[in-house]
Ligand binder design. Structure first.
Ligand code: NAG
Ligand code: NAG
Ligand code: NAG
Ligand code: ZN
Ligand code: ZN
Length: 445
């Protein structure tokens, strides 16, 4: 079935009075392998691309931090309303969960994160952030746009869907654990698989990268207050110096990875914050240090957490200081490792390969960054992949979280089409087996 026939049928479906007759000829199931490239052609329609670019720029100009994504959420709902897509709101403060398709199983979810970062954009361009000190420097503006784009594609082909696509627009990916709150609010109800993506400046446009198994690390944050007794810097015997104690704590923390961890089990402990004192001749009362720790396995992660606390308190006491350690489990929940499902990896390679060519679907090494997409993967099989946007004929893009971060908007149709294809094909490929008619089929087996 060619693309034009298909478009023609969609138009007929949209305008036909007795549309059930048209639906009965299933186009998708005949030529599964052609769906992804047809959807990419569809997504590359200049009208659709311009519309997506407009949405992305609007979100980029109005960045909102975690759990404050009210305008972004409003924009999403306005677009879903225009398309006639049903949704639940509010889910986890600002989140939106949309539904396209039959309302029946199977259910497959697609996820986009909505939040920006508390940093000042340094890129000078027409659509620079209008909010001082806030910036979409992680590409979540593009993630939202591509999921809205996918919603458009899916809604236009809704009669072809053999189940339900769940659109998950979540708040607070950047440390706030929005995914965990979405799950508590029921966003994964009936869902049997979930897909998510992240833009990547180091992968070429039209290419994707991912892997089976662990792809991103589990992560946590800690902060410690090391208290001594302040006084004159020239009379140290009357003080208890927290600067020296904190320095020893930091050195001791380095041994957790270098001496206690299996060298083949990647882990990180970084002290990124050190605050204490303000004068050349005053020993302060206390010092605050803070940082992050990362590991791929739960056991290693729990062990690191335990040892960080022990090392800080006990090493501080060596120098007569007291220390308290805060792991912020309320405000910044520990992120589990992002672990891609093995079967979904094969499935992703098939779908992305059909769209882009299998030589454009790269296997990547794991990285120590983390993603709250991992929360979903603890509940249902999930798959996370990186979407390329580097175009070598243009300037080199900066990495995420840089104040000079920019995206290549040419990537928007790829992300929208990948989302849509993964959902459409999943619903066709993973029909529940117990729906087979009973009786003579059993005899034949
Ligand atoms: C999940 O499935 C149950 C039973 O079929 C149904 O009642 C419920 O509405 C479904 N939930 C969603 C979000 O569709
Ligand atoms: C440490 O805590 C103990 C017990 O509360 C207290 O007696 C001591 O003064 C504290 N030391 C410092 C340096 O704060
Ligand atoms: C890369 O950029 C060039 C120059 O702007 C453009 O002609 C080309 O289509 C781009 N490639 C892709 C895959 O978008
Ligand atoms: Zn980020
Ligand atoms: Zn991000």
């Amino acid at each position: 079935m060619g693309f034009f026939n298909w478009v023609f049928l969609v138009v007929v479906v949209l305008h036909s009075v007795d549309s059930t007759i048209v639906y009965s000829s299933s186009l998708f199931s005949n030529e599964l392998s052609k769906i992804p490239s047809e959807l990419l052609d569809f997504a590359k329609d200049p009208v659709l691309v311009d519309w997506m670019v407009g949405i992305r720029r609007k979100i980029h100009e109005n960045p909102e931090l975690g759990y404050e994504e009210f305008k972004t959420s409003e924009l999403i709902r306005a677009e879903l309303d225009k398309m006639g897509v049903r949704y639940n709101y509010p889910v986890a403060v600002t989140g939106v969960v949309g539904f396209i398709g039959t309302g029946e199983p199977p259910f497959v979810a697609l996820r986009a994160d909505m939040d920006a970062l508390p940093m000042q954009e340094m890129v000078e361009w027409d659509h620079k952030s209008k909010i001082p000190g806030k910036m979409h420097a992680c590409g979540h503006d593009a993630h939202v746009t591509m999921l809205i784009g996918a919603a458009k594609i899916l809604q236009e082909h809704r009669e072809e869907l053999k189940g339900t696509v769940v659109l998950v627009f979540q708040p607070a990916e950047e440390g706030g654990g929005g995914a965990a709150k979405m799950i508590s609010a029921g966003a994964l109800e009936n869902v049997s698989a979930i897909f998510g993506l992240h833009v990547d400046h180091s992968t070429r446009i039209g290419e994707v990268a991912s892997r089976s198994g662990p792809i991103l690390a589990g992560s946590g944050f800690f902060e410690a207050v090391i208290s001594g007794k302040g006084g004159h810097a020239a009379i140290p015997q009357h003080t208890i110096d927290p600067i020296l104690a904190a320095s020893n704590v930091i050195v001791s923390l380095q041994h957790l990875v270098s001496r206690e961890a299996d060298p083949l089990d990647s882990q990180v402990v970084t002290v990124a914050k050190f605050q204490g004192g303000g004068a050349f001749n005053v020993i302060p009362d206390s010092v605050t240090i803070g940082g992050t720790f990362r590991a791929f396995s739960k056991e290693s992660f729990v062990q690191l957490r335990k040892r960080i606390e022990e090392v800080i308190t006990r090493q501080a006491s060596v120098q007569r200081c007291n220390a308290t350690v805060n792991f912020f489990t309320e405000e910044k929940p520990f992120f589990p490792a992002t672990i891609n499902d093995k079967n979904l990896h094969e499935y992703f390679r098939n779908v992305a390969g059909d769209m882009l060519g299998i030589d454009k679907v790269h296997i990547m090494n794991p990285v120590m960054g983390s993603e709250d997409f991992a929360f979903y993967q603890e509940v249902v099989p999930g798959y996370f992949f990186f979407l390329g946007m580097q175009n070598e004929t243009r300037k080199q893009l900066k990495s995420v979280h840089s104040p000079y971060f920019e995206i290549n908007e040419d990537m928007l149709p790829y992300g929208a089409a990948l989302h849509a294809s993964l959902a459409v094909r999943y619903l066709l490929d993973f029909q529940p087996k117990d729906h087979l008619p009973e009786g003579k089929y059993h005899d034949e087996l």
